[in-house]
Design a binder for this molecule. Structure first.
Ligand code: NDP
Ligand code: 2IT
Length: 448
C-alpha cells in the first residue's frame, strides 16, 4: 500500500531521514501512516496543526549508562533507555524490555505502537517504552537484582505515578519489577504505584500476570464470533514463545476448548500432537527458568526441533505469535496460508513483517493486529493504577471481567473504524485509526 497523500509522504520522508538506521521504528511508523490516509483526507485540521508530524517524534528519549557488578567481581556496562512518546491522553505507560537486541530503534517502535494501543483501551494512559541491552539469560538472582537497582538509580528521576509508569515486557517479570520497585522506594522514600505488574503483597493487581495472554484469547474469540460465526473451541492452535504471554494464552485457549500443539523459544520449538501439558511448561519456564526443549524429556509423544521459524510450518487453524518482532516473514505467512490457517492474532508486538501482513490479507485470513490483540496487558496495568490510586484491590473475577469487556470493546472499535473509513474487515487499519483519533483530538485541544 503506497502513500498518496502528500502531507503523509513528507512526514514519512522526514522520519526516514531523522531516524536513518532504525528499521523497526520506520516499519512501525510506515504502517500507521498508511492506515491514516483516509482520516487525514477527511480532516484537514490534522495537516494544518501538523498532528502527524508531532506524533512521530517522541516527546522525550533518555539514554543512560547502567554499570553493574557480576558475582565474580567483574564490572559491566549496559545501555538503558526510556522513550516517553506521547502524554496527550495520560501519563506515559509501557513496559521495560531486557534483551541483548534492545537498541533505540526497538524502544522507539515499541513506544510508538504503545500510544495507539493504550488509546484503544479507553483508559487514560499515554505511551512509552524502555529497557536495556542487558541479557538476563544465565545471570544469577543477585546479578539481576544489582542490574535492576542500577537501572532504577537513573530511571527514577524520569518516572512517577503521574508522569510515567513502566511495567514488564521481554525479560522483565515479577522478580525484576520487585527489585525495580524496591530501589525506587528507597531513593524517593515514597510508596506509590510507579510500576505495574507488582507482586500481590505490595500493590499488584490480581490477573495482571495472566492479562496479556487472556486478553489475546478474548479478542480472538470475539473476532471469530463476529467475523466467522465461529469460536476457539476445537481449533488447533500454534503459539510461539514460552514466556509470560505464551503461557497464559495457552491457558485461556485450553479453557475455551482449543488445542495448543506447539510452543517455542529462541532456540527451537516443541510439537505435542496431544495438546501441550501446561503444568509441565510452567514448571520448566516459571519455576526452573529452563528451556522449552526440556519438555520432550517429560512428556511422551512430543518432539523438539532446533530453530524457531519452523514452528510456522505446523498446520493449524489459529496462529498466535507471542515471542518477538518480525518473527513471521512473508515466507512463513505463505506456509500458514497454504496450510489453511483461519486466523492470526498477535500477542507479541509487531511479530509480522509487512510482507506477512499482506499475505494474510490477500489470503483471506482474519488478522488481529498487536496494538489491539495484545492490549490486555497494559489495560490491566491501567486497572492496577486505578486500584493503587484508590488504595483498594479488586478480586480476580472483577479484574478479569473488566479485561474481557475492554478486549471485546477494542475489537468492535477496530472493526467499526475499519468499516467507517472504507476498509471493512481490515482490523489493522481499523485499530490504527481508532487508536489515533483519541490522541489526535487530545493534541488538538491542548495546542501546539
Ligand atoms: P518473556 O520474556 O516472558 O518471554 C519471551 C519469549 O519470547 C521467550 O520464550 C523468548 O525465548 C522468546 N523470544 C524473545 N526474543 C526472541 C527472539 N529474538 N527470537 C525468538 N524468540 C524470542 O516476554 P513476554 O511473554 O512478556 O513477551 C512476549 C511478547 O509479547 C513480546 O513481543 C512483548 O513485547 C509482547 N507483549 C508483552 C506484554 C506483557 O504484558 N508482558 C504485553 C503486550 C505485548 P528465549 O527464552 O529463548 O529468549
Ligand atoms: O507491550 C506492552 O503492552 C507491555 N509490555 C505491557 C505494558 C504495560 O505497561 O503493562
Amino acid at each position: 500500500m503506497a502513500l498518496k497523500n502528500q502531507y503523509l509522504i513528507d512526514v514519512l520522508e522526514t522520519v526516514k531521514k531523522r531516524n536513518a538506521g532504525e528499521p523497526e521504528f520506520i516499519q512501525a511508523v510506515t504502517e500507521v501512516l498508511e492506515s491514516l490516509e483516509p482520516v487525514v483526507e477527511k480532516r484537514p485540521e490534522l495537516e494544518k496543526e501538523n498532528i502527524i508530524g508531532r506524533m512521530v517524534e517522541p516527546e522525550r528519549m533518555v539514554m543512560f549508562r547502567v554499570p553493574w557488578v557480576a558475582d565474580d567481581g567483574s564490572v559491566h556496562v549496559n545501555r538503558g533507555f526510556r522513550c516517553q512518546f506521547n502524554s496527550a491522553i495520560g501519563p506515559y505507560k509501557g513496559g521495560l524490555r531486557l534483551h541483548p537486541s534492545v537498541n533505540a530503534s526497538i524502544i522507539k517502535f515499541l513506544g510508538f505502537e504503545q500510544c495507539f494501543k493504550n488509546s484503544l483501551t479507553t483508559l487514560p494512559i499515554g505511551g512509552g517504552k524502555g529497557g536495556s541491552d542487558f541479557d538476563p539469560k544465565g545471570k544469577s538472582d543477585r546479578e539481576i537484582m544489582r542490574f535492576c537497582q542500577s537501572f532504577m538509580t537513573e530511571l527514577y528521576r524520569h518516572i512517577g505515578p503521574d508522569t510515567d509508569v513502566p511495567a514488564g515486557d521481554i525479560g522483565v517479570g515479577g522478580r525484576e519489577i520487585g527489585y525495580l520497585f524496591g530501589q525506587y522506594k528507597k531513593i524517593r522514600n515514597e510508596f506509590t504505584g510507579v510500576l505495574t505488574g507488582k507482586g500481590l503483597t505490595y500493590g499488584g493487581s490480581l490477573a495482571r500476570t495472566e492479562a496479556t495472554g487472556y486478553g489475546l484469547l478474548y479478542f480472538t474469540e470475539e473476532m471469530l464470533n463476529v467475523m466467522k460465526k465461529d469460536s476457539v473451541k476445537d481449533k488447533t492452535i500454534v503459539i510461539s514463545g514460552s514466556g509470560n504471554v505464551a503461557i497464559y494464552a495457552t491457558q485461556k485457549a485450553q479453557q475455551l476448548g482449543g488445542k495448543v500443539v506447539a510452543l517455542s523459544d529462541s532456540n527451537g520449538y516443541i510439537y505435542d500432537p496431544n495438546g501441550v501439558n501446561l503444568d509441565v511448561v510452567r514448571q520448566i519456564k516459571e519455576v526452573e527458568r529452563g528451556r522449552i526443549k526440556e519438555y520432550v524429556g517429560r512428556v511422551e509423544g512430543a518432539t523438539y526441533t532446533e530453530g524457531c521459524k519452523g514452528i510456522w510450518t505446523i498446520p493449524c487453524d489459529i496462529a498466535l505469535p507471542c515471542a518477538t518482532q518480525n518473527e513471521i516473514d512473508g515466507e512463513s505467512a505463505a506456509i500458514l496460508v497454504k496450510n489453511g490457517v483461519m486466523a492470526v492474532c498477535e500477542g507479541a508486538n509487531m511479530p509480522s513483517t509487512p510482507e506477512a501482513i499482506e499475505t494474510y490479507l490477500k489470503g483471506g485470513v482474519l488478522y488481529g493486529p498487536a496494538k489491539a490483540a495484545n492490549a490486555g496487558g497494559v489495560a490491566t496495568s491501567g486497572l492496577e493504577m486505578s486500584q493503587n490510586s484508590a488504595r483498594l484491590s479488586w478480586t480476580f473475577e472483577e479484574v478479569d471481567a473488566k479485561l474481557k469487556g475492554i478486549m471485546v470493546n477494542i475489537f468492535h472499535s477496530a472493526y467499526n473504524a475499519a468499516e467507517e473509513y472504507g476498509f471493512a474487515g481490515n482490523l489493522m487499519v481499523g485499530a490504527n485509526i481508532a487508536g489515533f483519533v483519541k490522541i489526535a483530538d487530545a493534541m488538538l485541544a491542548q495546542g501546539v
